[in-house]
Design a protein around this ligand. Structure first.
Ligand code: AMP
Ligand code: MG
Length: 420
């Protein structure tokens, strides 16, 4: 049987393109040591082992009374012989028939193996009566030394992004500096004779350039150093020079525009002549004229110039590529099924990313595609909450069908509530 893709020679499916891209790239070398408290967002360059136990000593998980569990039978009366607060050194050992008043985080006295929470006792002078309905278990309401991690165990694996919780783990382990991969240097440039930088004046036929602003914004969320190579005219020699400079300065180059096969599109031609084209064109809409190449050993992502195409190809292909270069496992985009409010028309042949608006109705999510899906309409990326992902072979869907959506960053903020 003839497949749809046979009619598009040389065009890779998104999954093939992603696999080829990840396989064609390898992590850049270079590691640096940074203060742990400035390591947010960086990528660990080695396994980090803990030199302290988590927790470092056995302690109370509740405010209450430290006891020997065998003593704390329902109805038993125990002598309160001491009290211990969080931060205080531990107190004398507990003898049979005794209890020690204890507060959350305070060291468990020797001899004790459980804590009775304060709500389950009746204090009377120097004693407490246990009012539990069932016997206390050994270890109840106690956090034992090393139960979470022991000295020498792995606190963080190599090749992980350090998030706020990992900053906390480093702090808990008393780790002052951490070895991370150096920041990727990412060169960004836009090409097009019609492009004018903000602040310039718009002559006839000109438009303000916006792709670098979007790209620099997308890169700001990653542990990279972005290098802005500006706007380059549709001129073979000028563009060739700019690409060469960018490839020499950076670990990876991202361009926008000039990636199609029009008369003013020089990216494929230049890469073929001066470097290597890994692949060109992906069966997605928008974003088909995506290019992966190498120039003087530096990988290059050539993105289409239309603002939506540029952003979609960044999310679907450039991001996993950058993650690979950073030494991370590229993350699969998280997609989940929601019901379509209205029918969606689609021709088979390309996977489509449509801008959609989510609404919640009786706790269930529904999606509606925006009426105009033009790939020049950057406003659609601003108004949309999500991308609706329609598989390559899909011929469209009916109202009420399930479709996959991928949330746009911050898209959850504006989800509409449809009245019952
Ligand atoms: P191209 O990929 O060069 O054929 O450009 C496709 C469309 O995107 C054209 O309408 C361009 O004017 C527009 N475009 C290209 N680059 C940019 C850019 N950096 N900012 C805004 N629009 C652009
Ligand atoms: Mg152009």
């Amino acid at each position: 049987m003839q497949s749809i893709c046979d009619s598009l020679p040389g065009v890779l499916s998104l999954a093939e393109a992603r696999d080829r891209l990840v396989a064609a790239l390898s992590p850049v070398r270079g590691v640096e040591s940074v203060l742990s408290n400035s390591a947010l967002g960086r990528v660990t360059a080695e396994d980090i082992l803990t030199t302290v136990d988590f927790p470092p000593f056995s302690n109370a998980a509740m405010d209450g009374y430290a006891v020997r569990s065998v003593d704390a039978l329902p109805g038993a009366i125990l002598q309160v012989v001491d009290r211990v607060m969080a931060g205080a050194p531990s107190v004398a050992a507990l003898e049979p028939g005794q209890a020690i008043r204890i507060f959350t985080g305070a060291p468990l006295p020797d001899g004790a193996d459980a804590v009775v929470m304060q709500e389950a006792v009746v204090p009377e002078g120097e004693t407490v009566q246990i009012r539990l309905s069932a016997p206390l278990l050994c270890g109840e309401n106690v956090r034992f030394r090393g139960e979470e991690l022991r000295v020498g165990e792995r606190l963080l694996a190599s090749g992980r992004i350090i998030r706020p919780q990992e900053l906390g783990l480093l702090a808990q382990a008393g780790v002052a500096t951490v070895s991370v991969r150096r920041r990727l240097r990412v060169a960004v440039l836009a090409t097009g004779d019609e492009l004018v930088a903000a602040g310039g004046s718009l002559g006839p036929g000109k438009i303000y350039e916006s792709n670098r602003a979007v790209l620099l914004g997308l890169l700001a969320d990653l542990p990279v150093e972005a290098l802005d190579f500006g706007i380059i005219a549709d001129d073979r020699a000028l563009l060739g020079n700019a690409l060469k400079l960018a490839a020499a300065e950076a670990d990876v180059v991202i361009t926008s525009g000039g990636a199609s096969v029009g008369d003013a599109d020089f990216m494929v031609e230049l890469l073929t002549a001066k470097g290597r084209v890994e692949f060109f064109r992906v069966a997605i809409k928008p974003g088909k004229p995506f290019l992966l190449g190498h120039l003087e050993g530096t990988p290059l992502f050539g993105l289409p110039g239309n603002p939506v195409s540029m952003m979609v190809t960044f999310m679907a292909l450039v991001k996993p590529g950058l993650e690979t270069l950073m030494g991370l496992m590229p993350a699969e985009p998280l997609r989940w099924p929601v019901r379509a409010v209205s029918p969606i028309r689609k021709r088979p042949g390309r996977l489509e990313f449509m801008r959609g608006v989510l609404e919640r109705h009786r706790g269930e999510l529904f999606v509606a595609p925006l009426a105009d899906q033009g790939s020049h309409r950057l406003t659609s990326m601003s108004v949309a909450h999500c991308l609706i992902v329609l598989p390559q072979d899909s011929c469209g869907i009916a109202a009420g069908d399930w479709v996959s959506v991928e949330l746009l960053p911050g898209g959850e903020r504006d989800i509409l509530e449809r009245p019952a």
